[in-house]
Design a protein around this ligand. Structure first.
Ligand SMILES: Cc1cc2nc3c(=O)[nH]c(=O)nc-3n(C[C@H](O)[C@H](O)[C@H](O)COP(=O)(O)OP(=O)(O)OC[C@H]3O[C@@H](n4cnc5c(N)ncnc54)[C@H](O)[C@@H]3O)c2cc1C
Length: 413
């Protein structure tokens, strides 16, 4: 990080700004072979022969370090959305699909996208996804419009994992399927790049993509028709925790910058660091980062020990807590940096944009809260059935007061 990443961050941002989201940034391709040669490559992918063999809890500190910089994750082949897509191919792909797509992704030769969200429906509820995947002989024909498809403008993006309905009449959770689509297939058009708070390229290359009568071989189906929800759930667990790990790194780095700036900058006769509001924010930021890290490590431990499905409450908790923590800290950093916090000379503005977008991407806060509340009610019902701790005897019940006491009358009235 000190030798190759931090010194090249300014160049990375400049290349992203000058070349835009439709290009390859040379600094990334220059550094990738160095990371690979150092064995710092594909560090994600627990329980798979394809990765470095690290558990989630072992990967967490490394992912956090990479998250300190927008340049790092891709250099180490640990960037979204490729990591989530590689997990899908490693877990659910056939040997042929793995040969064709997983191998070049693991080698860092190509990139990938995940095309679920649609402009015309509320896509935080994946049941709403309307795109069609229709069987026609040995092929499937695909039709739909997607947006916020991260990475599709990148010339190295060759494969999209596409979500659509194969059977609109099936049970709600069996309607959707995931299918592999080569980006060069006729009918696939990346129609525009979407800015993230005005940024193109960093922190995200969002885009809008249309699929018009796109014909792909039936063998491109992942796992089988109607299995889309199942796979998406498997994909989103690791994807979400990686986002959180990276955000903790980003928040940690932002706090360092805040402290340095606050000690150097003098306003009204004393360093900004001596203003009580700054000291309070710095202290709060330290607490919030430590809390987020511990919660994330707990989620990682759960994923390693009881599996992604059983860890869904913990994953929902961090997906709510960590982007909010990072948003608050980057917002405080903007305030400490003054006007300079709003441009990218200090990397603070892009950090805020990244933290803020992650309150939406991979599911808005509200949807995770809703799921978490449902899980909590279920947990409490189970506890009640086991004796529970929700029962109580009021200290002053009517019975205890007796019929003639004033308290009893008031309460009865
Ligand atoms: C930078 C960025 C990158 C992204 N990358 C990808 C990608 O690579 N692939 C992909 O497919 N998608 C991607 N997304 C899309 C992202 O996952 C969706 O934006 C998100 O799931 C929300 O869907 P929506 O935008 O359709 O919002 P909607 O579903 O329309 O929701 C809008 C709002 O409604 C409210 N709401 C919805 N449901 C509830 C509820 N149950 N309770 C309370 N309030 C609720 C929430 O406030 C929510 O924010 C990306 C988004 C961003 C911003």
């Amino acid at each position: 990080m000190e030798e190759h990443i931090y010194p090249n961050e300014a160049r990375h941002l400049r290349e992203a700004e000058d070349l835009g989201p439709w290009c390859i940034y040379p600094i990334v391709e220059e550094l990738k072979p160095r990371a690979k040669a150092a064995g710092l490559w594909n560090l994600f992918l627990p329980e798979s022969a394809h990765g470095a063999g690290l558990k989630n809890i072992e990967y967490a500190p490394l992912c956090e370090i990479m998250g300190r910089s927008f340049l790092a994750p891709e250099v180490f082949n640990c960037a979204a959305p490729d990591t989530g897509n590689m997990e899908v191919l490693a877990r659910y792909g056939t040997p042929e699909q793995q040969d064709q797509w997983l191998k070049p992704l693991l080698a860092g030769q190509i990139r990938s996208s995940f095309a679920m969200t649609e402009p015309d429906v509320a896509s935080s509820d994946a049941r709403n996804i309307e795109s069609a995947i229709v069987r026609d002989g040995d092929d499937y024909v695909i039709h739909g419009r997607k947006w916020y498809t991260t990475g599709a403008t990148d010339p190295r993006c060759k494969i999209l994992i596409f979500m659509g309905k194969t059977d609109p009449g099936a049970d709600t959770y069996r309607q959707q399927s995931l299918i592999l689509v080569h980006k060069d297939t006729p009918g696939v058009t990346v129609i525009r790049s979407l800015p993230i708070f005005g940024y193109y390229g960093v922190p995200d290359r969002a885009s809008e993509v249309t699929f018009e009568n796109v014909r792909v071989p039936a063998s491109n189906m992942l796992l089988g028709e109607g299995r889309g929800f199942e796979i998406a759930q498997g994909r989103l667990g690791p994807g979400r925790i990686h986002h959180c790990m990276r955000l903790i790194g980003l928040a940690e780095r932002t706090l360092s910058k805040m402290c340095r700036r606050a000690e150097q900058r003098v306003a009204f006769g004393k360093p900004v660091a001596e203003q009580s509001v700054t000291r309070e924010r710095v202290a709060e930021a330290r607490i919030m980062i430590e809390q987020s890290r511990l919660l994330t490590m707990r989620a990682a431990h759960m994923m390693d020990t009881v599996g992604n499905k059983e860890a869904k409450a913990e994953i929902a908790m961090i997906k709510i807590a960590v982007p909010n923590m990072a948003c608050t800290i980057t917002d405080w950093a903007i305030q400490i940096f003054g006007g300079g916090g709003t441009n990218n000379d200090f990397g603070i503005a892009a950090a805020y944009a990244n933290a803020r977008l992650l309150r939406l991407a991979d599911g808005p806060d509200e949807v995770h809260r809703d799921q978490l509340a449902r899980l909590e009610f279920r947990r409490q019902r189970t506890l009640d059935n086991q004796g529970g701790i929700a029962n109580w005897t009021p200290a002053l019940s009517n019975k205890a007061l007796g019929p003639n006491l004033p308290g009893a009358k008031a309460s009865a009235a």
